[in-house]
Ligand binder design. Sequence first.
Ligand SMILES: [Zn+2]
Length: 174
Amino acid sequence: MTTMPRVYVLDTGALLSTWTRKNPDSDFVTVPAVLNELHNRPSQRRAETLISTGRLREEVPESLHVAKVKETAHSTGDLHALSDNDIQLLALALSKKESGFTVIVVSGDLSLLNTASFMGLTVVDLGLRMTQQVTWGLRCPACGHTENRAADERECPVCGTVMRRWAVKERRMA
Ligand SMILES: [Zn+2]
């Protein structure tokens, strides 16, 4: 019996912390844009060591996977809260999953983690705050009008106030 290879997909938060030291026998991947976000010397040195020992690889996702991530994030209402780097990283995670890897996404960003969990990926929350999967909608703080989709923050069709994100559905994570 063969076991599926396991890979950890690392967001900036994982590389800025000493998280990688707590997982010494694991393989890591990330996108070039995340490595470019490491501006302090200790985290740059940690990343360089991981790369030179072959434990961390940088890969660029395909546009096909980027489009799929945007579609998922649009449906959960997370899209406008995700940066380009977040989307790149999720696209890489998705491509690894489709190549047969068991993928674990490591991040401290709740929108990123939420989208990842909707894509069927295992997540490690560096901030330990994520307890639920959330589908976002919009609610008007003035008149209470709600919408089940949160494609963008926009004005309330009833009274014109800028609507805010709210959780339409929450599902407790196992
Ligand atoms: Zn309103």
